[in-house]
Design a protein around this ligand. Structure first.
Ligand code: ADP
Ligand code: MG
Length: 326
C-alpha cells in the first residue's frame, strides 16, 4: 500500500512537472566581437542553462576556425599560405562556409567575395583614423582580391589561395553560420522554442508557446511601412551602414565594400533578408547591400524561400522596396 502511494505520488509529481508552463530564459555573451543572445522556453532552468552553455561553447569553437583577428585560426593559416602553391585540407565547418561563399560569389559575379580581406583591413584603419584609404593602397589591395583566385577542391576538401597577400574575411557570412550551428545544438539538447541572435544575425526555431512566431522588429533604419515580422523556423539578417562606417566630407562609407571598386558603399542602403538558413540570410544581406534593389531583384527571383526589405536614402525621403522569391 505504501509502495502504491509512493508510486502514485511520483506519478503526480511527474504530471505536475509535465503540465508546468515553460518559462522564458535569456542568455547573453560577447562572442565573435558582438553581443550574442539566446532566448528559449524551457521547463527547467538547469536544462536551459546547460543547453545555452553548449551553444556558446560551439561559437567559441567556430571562432577559433573563422576569426581573421587570431593569427592561429584556421582561416588565418590559410591566408598566411597564400601564393605558396599549397593546397591545404580544411575542417568541415570551413569547407561548408567557403563553398557557400564561392557559390554566392558566382551568383553575384563577385559582389559578395570573401577574398575582400585586404580592402577590409584598409577600411578598418580608415574608420579608426577617420580618413579615406590612399588610392594606391586600394589599387594594391585589389590586386590581392578576387574569388576566382580562391580554389576549392571538393574531392579532397582542400583549399588553395592562388596569389600572394590574399586575406580571407568571413565577416559577411560566419555569424549567420554560427547562428545555425547554435540552433542545431540547442535542438539536440531538446530546446525547440528558440531564438538565436548572433550579433544581429538571427536563427529561429519553433515559435514561443501559443504564438505563431517570434516577433521580429527590423532594427536600424526606420520606415513607416516596415512590417513587424512574425517568424519561426527560418533566419533573418540585416546589413547596412548603420553601425560601422567612416564619414568624410559628408559622405558615409560603409564597412561593406564593393569588391569591384574596393570602396566602402555610400548608397545609404540597409537590407534585411529572411531566408531558410542563417548562413544564407547573412551572406545574402551583404551581397544585396552591394547590389541594391534593381540588381538584387534579379538575384532574389532565382532563389526560393527568400524575402527581402531594402530601406534606402536619407531620413526625409526614404524608400522601402520589398522583394520576394516566387
Ligand atoms: P555585420 O558584420 O555588421 O553584421 P555584414 O553581415 O553585412 O555586417 O558583414 C559585413 C562584413 O563582411 C564586413 O565587416 C567585412 O568583414 C565583410 N565584407 C565587406 N564587404 C564584403 C563583400 N563585398 N563580400 C563579402 N564580405 C564582405
Ligand atoms: Mg551579412
Amino acid at each position: 500500500m505504501r509502495l502504491l502511494a509512493h508510486i502514485l505520488g511520483m506519478l503526480w509529481m511527474a504530471h505536475g512537472l509535465e503540465s508546468a508552463p515553460p518559462q522564458r530564459f535569456v542568455f547573453v555573451e560577447k562572442q565573435m566581437g558582438a553581443d550574442f543572445r539566446i532566448v528559449l522556453y524551457a521547463k527547467e532552468a538547469k536544462f536551459a542553462k546547460a543547453a545555452a552553455k553548449a551553444a556558446f561553447d560551439e561559437v567559441k569553437r567556430l571562432n577559433a576556425i573563422f576569426s581573421d583577428y587570431e593569427a592561429e585560426s584556421e582561416l588565418s593559416l590559410l591566408s598566411a599560405n597564400s601564393g605558396k602553391g599549397k593546397k591545404l585540407s580544411v575542417s568541415e565547418d570551413l569547407w561548408t562556409v567557403l563553398s557557400a561563399a564561392q557559390c554566392l560569389s558566382t551568383q553575384t559575379d563577385g559582389a559578395f567575395d570573401v577574398t575582400v580581406g585586404p580592402c577590409v583591413r584598409l577600411w578598418r584603419i580608415a574608420r579608426f583614423r577617420k580618413t579615406l584609404p590612399a588610392v594606391d593602397k586600394i589599387a594594391a589591395a585589389k590586386l590581392a582580391m578576387g574569388y576566382q583566385k580562391l580554389l576549392l577542391y571538393p574531392e579532397a576538401k582542400k583549399v588553395q589561395l592562388k596569389d600572394q597577400n590574399m586575406i580571407l574575411d568571413l565577416g559577411g557570412i560566419a555569424k549567420g553560420y554560427a547562428a545555425d550551428k547554435m540552433l542545431e545544438i540547442l535542438k539536440e539538447k531538446g530546446m525547440l522554442s528558440v531564438l538565436v541572435d548572433a550579433g544581429g544575425d538571427l536563427a529561429l526555431g519553433d515559435a514561443p508557446p501559443n504564438k505563431k512566431g517570434w516577433r521580429i522588429e527590423i532594427g536600424g533604419r526606420k520606415h513607416p511601412d516596415l512590417p513587424v515580422l512574425e517568424l519561426a523556423n527560418c533566419a533573418v539578417a540585416t546589413s547596412g551602414d548603420i553601425e560601422q562606417f567612416v564619414e568624410v566630407d559628408g559622405e558615409r562609407y560603409s564597412h561593406i565594400i564593393d569588391p569591384r571598386t574596393g570602396i566602402g558603399l555610400t548608397a545609404r542602403l540597409q537590407v534585411t533578408v529572411v531566408a531558410p538558413s542563417g548562413m544564407q540570410a547573412d551572406s545574402l544581406a551583404s551581397a544585396l547591400t552591394v547590389f541594391g534593389p534593381e540588381e538584387g531583384r534579379l538575384l532574389i527571383k532565382k532563389l526560393s524561400g527568400v524575402e527581402s526589405y531594402f530601406v534606402q536614402g536619407h531620413a526625409a525621403d526614404r524608400t522601402l522596396t520589398r522583394i520576394k522569391a516566387e
